[in-house]
Design a protein around this ligand. Sequence first.
Ligand SMILES: [Zn+2]
Length: 296
Amino acid sequence: MLLRPVPPQMYHREPVPHDADVSLRYLGTAGFVVEGAGRTVVIDPYVTRPGLWETAAKRLKPNRQLIHQLIPHADDVIIGHSHHDHVLDAPDLCIMTGARFIGSPSACNVARAGGVPEAQIVETTGHRRIIAGDATICGIPSLHGKIYGGRIPLPGVIPVPPPWPPRYSEQRCGLVLNWHIEMAGMSVVHIDSADLIESHLQGYQADVLCLCAIGRRYRKDYARTAIEMLKPRYVIACHWDWFFTDYHAEPLCLPGVNLPGFLKEISDAGATPVVLPFEGRFGVNVARLRGQAAHH
Ligand SMILES: [Zn+2]
């Protein structure tokens, strides 16, 4: 299997504007730290990234020191689905920061397994606006991509807290939730897997859409459909990296990801594509975003 790095010129290198109202920092896989309106919302944190052999053979022990170093602060931690590459680091992050853990019933059982106090756990099946300081967070029921031979990997739910630390095979998918975050007068939508449900996206809009880059391989017109539904100005590619490398090593593309093709599909659909390196940041000033939109 040939794993290639991202050509460095593909990365977004513009600094976050000093007057940004909302900023996003990329953590690899589907992970982001979204900051705005005095709130820090972390999505799908996964920085421990054990190697392929370790993942297959061993219990997955979150790297607390690295989690703390990379994400020292969080108010809310929201989870797209309960596969290990989306949920593993979330319980420790919530314990260390006091943040709420927000996710599906399966994801919440992972939080319980990892020792998150019940008072910090918010269970949702979507379509409920959760107040988060001056921001709101809402889950949108979705689907996991059918990856391996047309099947969802590790389907089913996690009905009770699994042993901890878990084996990767215990991290069943559970309900998939896309997330709609409203803060500082703008909205961010996060789609962390390779499928979506159009009827559930109806009525939601995104200024910034974080979209799973491998999705394009498994669902026809994936990016175009998401962009037509949500009308984002910017689309930040995520879940394009081979998540078995060390966080600080050069990221490699997941087999099957065609980043140039994904970026072209985004531009053709009328949005601006963005690829962030790990730790890369993207910021939006809302007044300028609205002003620019008025010119179109
Ligand atoms: Zn998954």
